[in-house]
Design a protein around this ligand. Structure first.
Ligand SMILES: [Zn+2]
Length: 213
């Protein structure tokens, strides 16, 4: 192993033991309690499909976090835009879906770009709230990569807002979390938001709920 190469960090959380048989039985009881009859052909397999769908939504694919020495001394922002977010709100267990824009100011090490999407997935695939997801991605990159700055913006539509309650179809929620120079330096912060929200309708990003770090 050459100098400067670190052993990649294996990233993955073990969800509690998954018992699909018990989950399927419980899903069947849940639907029956809501007055949904399961004897039709289309619905017969539904409890099992529900159990497997939720198990999938709560499981992130493990990955190796590989970082590289920043030999070129690249010191400008790296921003990956429109990384997919597929998560489940912990209040209603309904999905929220959208995109994340993740940026960092490199320090001594840089990260394979595809890994930014995997970090988002890692924190999204569990019962979540959008504010915490945003902060966890920012905190984790700040800790693992020691960059000079980190910025994360998440824009998502919450089905619990769309299909129930206020029924605000099409509305999205924007959250952001910043660390280091992106938080402390107004010009760096503005540059990050300009790159992250490029192409958004005018005014997007205003009123974003900034999660305190
Ligand atoms: Zn909800």
């Amino acid at each position: 192993m050459s100098p400067g190469v670190l052993v990649p960090l294996r990233v993955g959380h073990e969800p509690g033991a998954v018992d699909l048989v018990a989950a399927e039985a419980a899903a069947g009881d849940f639907l029956a309690a809501l007055g949904i009859e399961l004897d039709g052909e289309g619905l017969r397999g539904t409890p099992g499909r529900m159990a497997r769908a939720y198990a999938e939504m709560f499981r992130a694919r493990p990955f190796d976090l590989t970082t590289f020495p920043n030999d070129e001394g690249y010191d400008e922002l790296v921003v990956a835009r429109s990384l997919p977010v597929l998560s489940v709100c912990e209040h209603h267990l309904l999905p929220f879906v959208g995109v994340a824009h993740v940026g960092y100011l490199p320090g001594e090490r840089i990260l394979g770009l595809s890994k930014l999407a995997r970090v988002v997935e890692h924190f999204a695939r569990r019962p979540q709230i959008q504010e915490r997801l945003t902060q966890q991605v920012a905190d984790w990159l700040h800790t693992q990569l020691s960059p000079r700055g980190v910025g994360v913006v998440v824009e998502a539509e919450h089905l619990c807002m769309t299909v129930r309650g206020v029924q605000a179809a099409g509305s999205t929620t924007v959250t952001s979390a910043l660390h280091g120079e992106l938080r402390a330096n107004a010009a760096s912060r503005a540059e990050f938001f300009a790159l992250a929200l490029r192409g958004e309708p005018a005014g997007a990003g205003h009123g974003a709920a900034e999660v305190a770090s």
